[in-house]
Design a protein around this ligand. Structure first.
Ligand code: FES
Length: 123
């Protein structure tokens, strides 16, 4: 199911190579990642527990590591890539327009195939 993208935040609110917490209009918390100039958005809550990835996570390449138990997710797809995480987290399609970031909330997706390279990654 797709929906019109909803406004999330301004691009200049994001720090480079960092994770910023954000709220969808419905109040759902998301984590916004700026990696080498590309913006990615996932659910904020780690699927293993209640950790906030924007507060407790660290970026390592295209992965986010949750500091509670060191589980990891691929930021592009939401897939778990290190235990104890076994359940994916939701990712959101991102549109950057006029210096603002919009996400497609109704779009339950796994956008990037796992073979897709992270910006700056060599083949
Ligand atoms: S709560 Fe995130 S790895 Fe356990």
């Amino acid at each position: 199911m797709t929906s019109e993208p909803v406004y999330l935040c301004r691009l200049d609110e994001l720090e480079k190579d960092a994770i910023t917490g954000g709220l969808l209009p419905c109040g759902h918390r998301v984590a916004i990642y700026m990696i080498e100039g590309e913006v990615y958005v996932t659910d904020d809550r780690c699927s293993h527990g209640d950790a906030s990835l924007s507060e407790e996570g660290t970026i390592d390449g295209c992965q986010v590591e949750c500091s509670w138990h060191f589980g990891r997710f691929d930021i592009r797809t939401g897939e778990p890539v290190a235990s104890p995480c076994t359940q994916p987290i939701q990712t959101y399609r991102v549109t950057v327009r006029g210096g603002s970031i919009y996400v497609a909330v109704g779009d339950a997706l796994r956008l990037a195939p796992s073979s897709e390279l992270c910006p700056g990654e060599d083949g």
